[in-house]
Design a protein around this ligand. Structure first.
Ligand SMILES: Nc1ncnc2c1ncn2[C@@H]1O[C@H](COP(=O)(O)OP(=O)(O)O)[C@@H](O)[C@H]1O
Ligand SMILES: [Mg+2]
Length: 235
């Protein structure tokens, strides 16, 4: 059963079209990856899904219904974006950053505490550093914090934009493993990546080139594809 269905989606900036009819589908409970090189249109796709960028054509269906609301309404419906570049608040502590992710439910202290405990169980490092300023965290820790902040909104569909950007292979592996754990706990995930290593854990993969989906299949099929290997691993 598809939680997210995107059909012939078009979007761009001003009069410049970027997405030329993107179609993809993400099953409830699955871990999907949108793979593409720099400039392919991945972030543009996620921004359109999050309601941060107007669309100029096509349709987005979420939970079987057309999706049209504001970004805030989409967050309340469970669509949460972890943006590219992390954007944590450097002068606030880890705990304060996480609490800001639950701003709208801040008076519901029991729920906020439950979310915090859940996040600390996924990212023990964040609990260790709860009172440390976010600006002093490593890139990998900041990425964990950005994902944790997204989890504070109780996502049903978590959109993650290039979590591996600028991370060492080891930290990339840790972040990917954490996302897999989040998915196993019941959150549907759509990850945008340039790092094809993520395909190993993907149920479904879509390859994007110049604003179009050029390939769709299982993660393992896509990982074995010759064109993908040539473009992403140089083999
Ligand atoms: N704010 C913007 N204004 C104009 N063009 C943009 C803007 N953001 C991205 N683009 C262009 O849209 C295309 C797709 O960008 P983007 O979606 O960020 O790609 P990706 O995330 O796959 O690297 C690129 O050609 C990029 O230059
Ligand atoms: Mg991007």
């Amino acid at each position: 059963m598809a939680l997210l269905e995107v059909e012939n989606l078009r979007a761009g900036y001003g009069s410049v079209p970027v997405l030329h009819g993107v179609s993809l589908s993400v099953d409830e409970g699955s871990n999907a990856v949108l793979l593409g090189l720099n400039g392919a249109g991945k972030s543009t796709t996620l921004m359109a899904l999050a309601g941060l960028l107007p669309t100029t054509g096509g349709e987005i269906r979420y939970d079987g219904k057309p999706l049209t609301g504001t970004t805030g309404a989409r967050v309340r419906a469970g669509i949460v974006l972890v943006p590219e570049g992390r954007h944590v608040f450097p002068a606030l502590t880890v705990r304060q950053n996480l609490r800001l992710g639950a701003w709208t439910i801040r008076r519901d202290t029991r729920t906020v505490r439950g979310h915090l405990n859940e996040i600390y169980s996924i990212f023990p490092r964040l609990e260790e550093r709860a009172d440390q300023l976010a600006g002093t965290l490593s890139g990998g820790e900041q990425q964990m914090l950005a994902i944790g902040r997204g989890l504070m909104s109780s996502p049903r569909l978590l959109l993650i934009d290039e979590a591996s950007l600028g991370l060492s292979p080891k930290l990339t592996e840790q972040v990917f493993a954490a996302v897999q754990l989040i998915n196993e706990r019941g959150v549907t995930v759509l990850m945008v990546e340039q790092n094809a290593g993520v395909l190993a854990q993907a149920d479904t993969a879509f390859v994007m080139q110049q604003g179009r989906i050029t390939m769709a299949g299982s993660g393992s099929e896509t990982l074995e594809d010759d064109a993908v290997r040539a473009a992403y691993f140089g083999t």
